[in-house]
Design a binder for this molecule. Structure first.
Ligand code: NAD
Length: 360
């Protein structure tokens, strides 16, 4: 099959980690007889330098017309770069918001995978970790408290601030469907997280999620209150497969989930909408402190590409192979500096990419 992928290297370590990911994808293409066609787009600081804006309309249009978008990272050193003396809508991060909005991406998926070989980086106790864990947090991205009406005014002589949390049934149903679809490709369990003992929006969330579940009898649905979920992630992370939740709860839980995996250079992410077109990127930023030094860990981006193969292209076997290749390289003791520990072999960004590609 032929796939058209928009590639956005971006700023800082972005170009380095994307180059390694393309190496791995090309190997997948060769082995499984697919043709991945790449179109490179500018976004972030490099786009500002070249065009004056963080994302041009043409670049966004090209992204919309592709089968999927793979992003490195954008942004510079906030204290030092000239990009941050620009108005907020012209700064690098505005490109990211524009592409998420332009592609109508409403669901963010962040896997929390603890590789057996990296157990020492996990802050949890050995008996809790067991042989590692593998779950995803699926967060609604475009509704809820962050997008509701808000105001601050004086009420009865007191400064009073109000934020509103709104969800309608369509917004809940579309992300619930995505969660069940994703669960079907995993261990077939969705845990919907809310605060239904207090919030109306959570009660509707629970109701609609249950309605959607009827179309997925092969997937088990459970509900959990968000305060309990925050505890369960550190008490027994192995119980989870897909955690589905609204915007603010997801914001907090996905950071908690990434913390328990231990290393920022390993964390992939995907943002999806109604169609198969998704935006895949590592969870970390552009790491200007190590850019151009061959020190960046490309694994988060390579694992994001694996998610792209699975969720946008339905190439499950190929995705499994990429994840397997990462595990093999870790098993053989190769580490970039961020995950290095005594007794292992230190490698640079390019060597890590070569090693993973060669395992494909
Ligand atoms: P960061 O994630 O870039 O870096 C935090 C720390 O982690 C740094 O010490 C960095 O060296 C290290 N690190 C990050 N990724 C790594 C990797 N792959 N391998 C090894 N080490 C890695 O966060 P920050 O320093 O707060 O932000 C830097 C820039 O990135 C800012 O301009 C910020 O706005 C931007 N940013 C972009 C995105 C994105 O593109 N989606 C996300 C977050 C931050």
């Amino acid at each position: 099959m032929d796939y058209n992928i928009s590639i956005i290297p971006g700023d800082g370590i972005g170009p380095e980690i994307i180059a390694e990911t393309v190496k791995v994808l090309d190997k997948v293409g060769e082995k499984y007889k697919h043709s991945f066609n790449y179109t490179e787009l500018l976004m972030g600081g490099v786009s500002i330098d070249a065009t004056g804006v963080p994302l041009t309309d043409e670049a966004l249009q090209t992204a919309k017309n592709s089968d999927s978008v793979l992003l490195g990272a954008i942004g510079g050193n906030v204290g030092q770069s000239n990009w941050y003396s620009l108005p907020p809508n012209l700064r690098p991060e505005a490109g990211l918001l524009a592409i998420r909005k332009g592609l109508n991406l409403f669901a963010n998926i962040r896997p929390a995978i603890l590789f057996n070989e990296l157990k020492s980086a996990c802050p949890l106790r050995e008996d809790i970790i067991g042989d590692g864990f593998d779950f995803v947090v699926m967060r609604e991205l475009t509704g809820g408290l962050y997008f509701g009406d808000r105001w601050t005014k004086e009420v009865d002589g007191l400064r009073t601030a109000t934020d509103t949390l709104v969800y309608n049934e369509v917004e809940i149903a579309r992300i619930a469907k995505q969660a069940f679809e994703i669960a079907r490709k995993r261990r077939k369990k969705v845990c919907s997280v809310d605060k239904a003992n207090v919030l109306d929006s959570s009660r509707l969330w629970r109701q609609v999620t249950k309605e959607i579940a009827k179309d997925y009898p092969d997937v088990e649905l459970t509900d959990m209150l968000v305060d309990n979920c925050a505890m369960q992630i550190v008490k027994d992370p192995r119980q989870f497969d897909v955690i589905l939740t609204e915007n603010m709860f997801g914001d907090i839980l996905s950071d908690e989930a990434s913390m328990v995996t231990g290393s920022i250079g390993m964390l992939a992410s995907a943002s999806l909408g109604d169609s198969k077109l998704g935006l895949y990127e590592p969870s970390h930023g552009s790491a200007p402190d190590i850019a151009g030094q061959n020190k960046a860990n490309p694994i988060a981006t390579i694992l994001s590409a694996a998610m792209m193969l699975r969720y946008s292209f339905d190439l499950d076997e190929e995705a499994d192979r990429v994840e397997w290749a990462v595990r093999e390289v870790l098993k053989k003791g190769y580490r970039t500096v961020d995950i290095m520990s005594p007794g292992n072999t230190l490698v640079g960004t390019d060597k890590m990419g070569d090693l993973i590609a060669s395992e494909i």
